[in-house]
Write a protein that binds this ligand. Structure first.
Ligand code: HEM
Length: 223
């Protein structure tokens, strides 16, 4: 747990680290990072993430000058078009919006909610690069531009976001952290819901295999 007057980016990382571990270690994420998710399962996941990102992208592109969101996010962070490009590389699947995806999307309806959501979804590009590599090995023709939108620039881009977060007024910090935690929980619930879909069982038929925690060497928050 961080101290209340630490910079917001540090507080976000420390105070949501348990929620990050829960999201990262969910068996559905483990199926992705170990390259055992089927192409249909990957498509199902992309469709649900599209619901969440379409809402956040709308908040980003319509944010008014002076809003907290406009101080940290801009059009270069939008990702719905990347999801569409990746879906175009996969066979179509029959899909329906899941409750947790709709719930996660709704968190962007307030300025502070959208900032917390942006922290979580933009931050996930840090781990996405590893998931993209695993998926590419398992599904070589599948697009992974959403998981890995920035390539080598991911760390510098993330530092820019952290710097911008640290300019936000202290009075909003607690609520932003609460919104980020809610977003992590919604994403974990989405993994849970996705796990119930037949498409989302891993290629070996076992959705609950060993979790490889590749973040340990990189992320003190996981220690
Ligand atoms: C198998 C799944 C995952 C892996 C392997 C993973 C891995 C990582 C890694 C390596 C970092 C960089 C840590 C650092 O060096 O500072 C990171 C950061 C982060 N990840 Fe994940 N992650 C996973 C899932 C997720 C999910 C599902 C989310 C939420 C949607 C998420 C959100 C974040 C956030 C917000 C950060 C930034 C932390 C900060 O610096 O404040 N991750 N992750």
């Amino acid at each position: 747990m961080s101290t209340a007057n630490a910079p917001l980016a540090d507080r976000l990382k420390a105070d949501t680290s348990a929620a990050h571990v829960r999201a990262e270690r969910h068996p559905f994420q483990a199926t992705m990072i170990t390259g055992r998710l089927s192409a249909a399962g990957y498509a199902q996941w992309l469709h649900q993430m599209r619901i969440v990102h379409a809402a956040l992208d709308r908040a980003i592109t319509t944010a008014t000058a002076g809003s907290l969101l406009s101080k940290v996010a801009d059009k270069s962070h939008t990702k719905t078009h990347l999801i569409d490009a990746d879906l175009a590389t996969l066979a179509p699947v029959s899909t329906t919006p899941l409750a947790s995806a709709n719930h996660a999307a709704s968190l962007s309806s307030t300025d502070i909610g959208a900032v917390g959501m942006f922290y979580v979804l933009e931050g996930s590009t840090n781990g996405g690069i590893y998931i993209a590599r695993a998926l590419q090995r398992a599904l070589p023709t599948a697009g992974t531009s959403f998981l890995n939108p920035y390539g080598e620039a991911v760390r510098t881009r993330w530092q820019t976001v952290r710097d911008a977060l640290n300019t936000l007024p202290a009075g909003a910090h607690d609520q932003i952290i609460a919104a980020a935690t809610r977003t992590f929980d919604a994403i974990t619930n989405l993994s849970e819901e996705l796990s119930t879909l037949p498409d989302c069982h891993s290629s070996d038929g076992n959705n609950h295999g060993p979790v490889i925690n590749i973040t340990k060497p990189h992320n003190p928050a996981h220690a």
